[in-house]
Design a protein around this ligand. Sequence first.
Ligand SMILES: [Mn+2]
Length: 315
Amino acid sequence: MFKEAKEIVEKSNKIYIVAHINPDGDAIGSTFAVYFALKKMNKDVHVVMPSYSTVFEFLPGVQTSINSIEDEEYDLLIALDSSDVTRLAISEDEYKRAKKVIMLDHHQISAPYGDFRYINDNKSSASEIAYLFIKYLGAKIDKDIATLLYTGIMTDTGSFNYSNANADTFRAVAELLECGAEAVSVCKKLNDTMKESKLKLIAKTVDNMEVYFDGKLRFSYVSYKEISELGINDEDSEGMTNYLRAVEGTEVAVYVRGKSDGSLKVSMRSGGRIDTSKIAIAFGGGGHPRASGYTMKEDIETEKEKLIRAVGEMI
Ligand SMILES: [Mn+2]
């Protein structure tokens, strides 16, 4: 299934790898795993990742990432975990300078781009696709690659708890463990450890929580002022929806956070019955049925009302 992609890789020397902005564990795991695989194939390869959360700094390769593409022209761009070309962490100009583009993604709603595309929403994560891709390329999965792929699969499946973790996913994970993936330390760093500022952000999120439709919708807005007062940056202000969604009886959880550029980012999580991606798309965003989001276009009060109404129609 990666035959054409493999041919493109073999013909390429100068390669850049990129994922979406605000990279999560899957974006980081998949990009750096492919990076190490291509290094083994003696490619001149770099990951472009201008910003990422400090919680991922321990992962192999992350510190080698670069901020932008300097070359006038380069052989290949590999884009992972990004269903939309505009969400890639590079500019349109940097994108256009690639002679070829390979796109590997697992999102349901996709605006395909690039010369070779592999999009499969039956795969748990971009990292699970990267695992198949690396094997197809014939690169050996070493301890670092295994740890990175494991991280991506673990984070995108909610530690193997979501329905996207299927038998194939577990078979892939079993092989990654055999290849030396440091599962215990990844879990400890990402699941069992948090900064004090994060705990305070959870408290703030709970404090600001509003409840609608007999508890079926939980909504919380934390302003940029509140976030910055806690000393938290944009990358670390995510991830509050899960706490709201975990409350008994909640069908939809919405967390809105102010960002340093003045924008308001909406994250939605569903308990399963309601497809939040339909709402996100209607508001100009996207995602999965259970996890989706968008950026608000108007002020918080106006948009909040519209959003609550939209959720209410589905409840
Ligand atoms: Mn992903």
